[in-house]
Structure formats: structure tokens, C-alpha cells
Write a protein that binds this ligand. Structure first.
Ligand code: FE2
Ligand code: FE2
Length: 140
């Protein structure tokens, strides 16, 4: 496990965080109807959390001697609120799995501060996923 591999992985995470922030901005802008209004209220605070994750990763990549990406990962655009949420849940779960790998990589190179911070991010992404699961259970 070398540091460059860790930096490359963190850059993938960063791109996905930037994409997540834009995805939630986009979804809460285009969602309509009563479900859309609720989605705005529920998901708007998550935008700032994803931006905070991206900001942390950008700082860390620089601290590790890497070049942070400014490219946001692309995402599927849905207009149906239920489809949006199903896709969000899939993406949040993917992010959690990626961060679990990154925790192991950080540990392998002795980056304990990074490891702990990634675990905090996992905790927040888990809250996002559980929140979306709760909402989806209410859909008939
Ligand atoms: Fe995030
Ligand atoms: Fe998230």
C-alpha cells in the first residue's frame, strides 16, 4: 500500500462528494409536488454536509502532497421523487463501501487522523442512508 494509491482513492471520493452536493442541489431544485416540497426540506441540509466532506478531502489530498480534483462525478437525473431517493440510497451505500476501503488504506500507511475522520464521514453517510431508507419505507 503506497501513499499515491491512497491519494488516488481520496480523489475518487472527492469527485463523488462534489457530485453528491450537486446531485442534492439539483434534486431539491427540480422536485415538484408535495413530495418535492418535503424533499427540499429534508435534503437541503445534506448539501452542506457533502460540501464539508469534499472540503476536508481536498485539504487532506494537498496535505498528503497530491493534486485535488475539481471534477464532480456525474449522476443520473430523475424527476420522480421516489426514483431520486432510490438512486440516492444506492449512491450513499456505495460511498460507505468506498470509505471502508479507504479506512483500511489510511490505516496501512499510518494515517490515523485520516482514518478517524473517514470513520466520522462513514457515520454521517450512514445517517443519510438510514434517513432515505425511512422515507422510502413510507412510499406505497
Ligand atoms: Fe459525503
Ligand atoms: Fe451523503
Amino acid at each position: 500500500m503506497d501513499k499515491q494509491k491512497l491519494i488516488d482513492g481520496l480523489n475518487e471520493d472527492l469527485s463523488k462528494e462534489l457530485g453528491a452536493a450537486i446531485r442534492y442541489m439539483h434534486q431539491t431544485a427540480v422536485a415538484e409536488g408535495f413530495n418535492g416540497e418535503e424533499l427540499r426540506e429534508i435534503l437541503r441540509p445534506d448539501i452542506n454536509e457533502e460540501i464539508a466532506h469534499a472540503t476536508y478531502l481536498m485539504d487532506k489530498i494537498v496535505a498528503l502532497g497530491g493534486t485535488p480534483t475539481t471534477k464532480a462525478a456525474d449522476f443520473e437525473k430523475h424527476t420522480d421523487v421516489k426514483k431520486m431517493l432510490e438512486y440516492d440510497l444506492k449512491m450513499e451505500r456505495e460511498d460507505i463501501e468506498n470509505y471502508k476501503k479507504r479506512v483500511e488504506q489510511a490505516d496501512a500507511v499510518g494515517e490515523i487522523g485520516l482514518k478517524v475522520k473517514l470513520e466520522d464521514i462513514i457515520a454521517e453517510e450512514t445517517e443519510h442512508a438510514e434517513q432515505i431508507e425511512r422515507i422510502l419505507r413510507g412510499f406505497k
